[in-house]
Design a protein around this ligand. Structure first.
Ligand code: ARG
Length: 459
């Protein structure tokens, strides 16, 4: 059988393997709502511009709405022979309303159609990410407020560096997620131009109104060049690039949850909801959700890489290569959404072991910088010299197997005679964190203020 959409020129239908490699309906059926919305906007515009009879438009719109309901209800059989979502819908429309259906594709091509559908879909996903990320930020900001004064070690090189607060650490992720949201918002703004009406590639001789369809579909304006309109997949790439960075942030947090939940660290307890047991080792509670989130950037950046390689070197305008844009993007979208949801659940449920964190914050000579700063502030010592003196004191304490605050005043004075008893006041982790009141610093007062500011912003 020849293809019923363009059979005129063909003697036979496609071979079996051709049909298999060519069809996209197994995955682009996901675009059904966008495809139908685009068709309704297009048909309505054709009617308004006097290009097709309004009576036909009414039939077309009614038919399309009925098809949308059928698909939603699972009462629609997608056909591989009809290749993709566009032709499945159009063919169903023909079955349903007959002759008027044949007028829908006036002044349109699947090239501008698919670009429009996919843009609408990606735009919806960006809105979904934004809402999900705001939800995760809220969870973190609430926890941050609660733990604004709970001390934990801050790390560089995963070595104990300086005491910070748990709240401050959580707010670091709130900042990262804010940048993710702003990257998605930025991409959304740029992509929000309608390709519909670019037709196959050159525009159309019909007196269409592209501004009308753009407005009906919530776009800011129509795209300005018909060739670019059908050849462009930047909007998918930008979404995937921003999604990759976001996934990387979640992955870093996930890795911290993995580390913190080991018995050796024991900084947090993850809930049963987000952990699994071992079939052989009864004591185990494995942070599987965190590990899977840690792994997600692989496939999300993979989707970006995959589409970049599909697009590079493609001559203008549309080539069938571009049909390969969808599966990896869908996979990336699903997995980022799942990762954000899992992270929000895990973060809400986790219980910090604040005493253990505080104890760890005091070990590893985490207040050595505070001692050096004291030498600078009180004795007016140049910082480099203070660093050297403190290093000597740390070495002594380490040799004796004790903390800095356990060195006697005599020991300290044997290295620097001007040191007084006052120095001990800066050697506790609480004093250390509390003193870091500089803008953006970890002092509990700062953290409380920032957490409240975020919670107000997040509503
Ligand atoms: N299924 C196609 C895609 O996803 C739709 C566009 C087809 N256009 C064409 N000229 N064959 O890219």
């Amino acid at each position: 059988m020849t293809n019923k959409m363009w059979g005129g020129r063909f003697q036979s239908g496609p071979g079996e393997i051709m049909e298999k490699i060519n069809a996209s309906i197994s995955f682009d059926q996901r675009l059904h709502a966008q495809d139908i919305a685009g068709s309704i906007a297009h048909a309505t515009m054709l009617g308004e511009c006097g290009i097709i009879p309004k009576a036909d438009v009414r039939e077309i719109v009614k038919g399309l709405k009925a098809i949308a309901r059928d698909i939603e209800a699972g009462n629609f059989t997608f056909s591989t022979a009809l290749e993709d979502i566009h032709m499945n819908v159009e063919s169903a429309l023909k079955d349903r309303v007959g002759a008027p259906a044949g007028r829908l594709h006036t002044a349109r091509s699947r090239n501008d159609q698919v670009a429009t559908d996919f843009k609408l879909y990606v735009r919806d996903c960006l809105d979904m990410f934004d809402a999900q990320l705001a939800g995760l930020q809220k969870v973190l900001a609430e926890k941050a407020l609660k733990h604004a004064a709970d001390i934990m070690p801050g790390f560089t090189h995963l070595q104990t560096a300086q005491p910070v607060t748990f709240g401050h650490h959580l707010l670091a992720y709130v900042e990262m997620l804010a940048r993710d949201r702003s990257r998605f918002a930025d991409a959304r703004k740029r992509m929000n131009e309608s390709p519909l009406g670019a037709a196959a590639l050159a525009g159309t001789s019909f007196p269409i109104d592209r501004a009308m369809t753009a407005k009906a579909l919530g776009f800011d304006r129509p795209t300005r060049n018909s060739l670019d309109s059908v050849a462009d997949r930047d909007f998918v790439l930008e979404m995937l690039a921003a999604a990759s960075i976001c996934a990387m942030h979640l992955s870093r947090f996930a890795e911290e949850l993995v580390i913190w939940s080991t018995p050796q660290f024991g900084f947090i307890k993850l809930s049963d909801q987000f952990t699994t047991g071992s079939s052989i080792m009864p004591q185990k509670k494995n942070p599987d959700a965190a590990e899977l989130i840690r792994a997600k950037p692989g496939r999300i950046l993979g989707a970006f890489t995959s589409l970049m390689i599909v697009m590079k070197g493609l001559p203008l305008t549309y080539s069938k290569d571009m049909q390969e844009d969808k599966e990896p993007a869908f996979d990336a979208i699903d997995n980022l959404s799942l990762a954000i949801a899992a992270m929000a659940g895990m973060a809400a449920d986790m219980e910090p072991a604040t005493a253990r964190m505080a104890a760890a914050a005091g070990s590893g000579y985490s207040t050595a910088t505070d001692l050096a700063d004291w030498l600078v502030r009180v004795l007016a010592m140049p910082f480099r010299e203070a660093h050297h003196v403190t290093g000597t004191l740390v070495a002594r304490a380490e040799a004796a197997g004790i903390g800095l605050d356990q060195l006697s005043l005599g020991d300290m004075q044997s290295v620097e005679p001007r040191i007084t008893r006052d120095v001990y006041s800066v050697l506790t982790p609480e004093a250390s964190a509390g003193s870091r009141t500089s803008f953006g610093g970890t002092a509990p007062a700062n953290v409380r203020r920032e957490a409240k500011r975020w919670l107000k912003l997040l509503g």
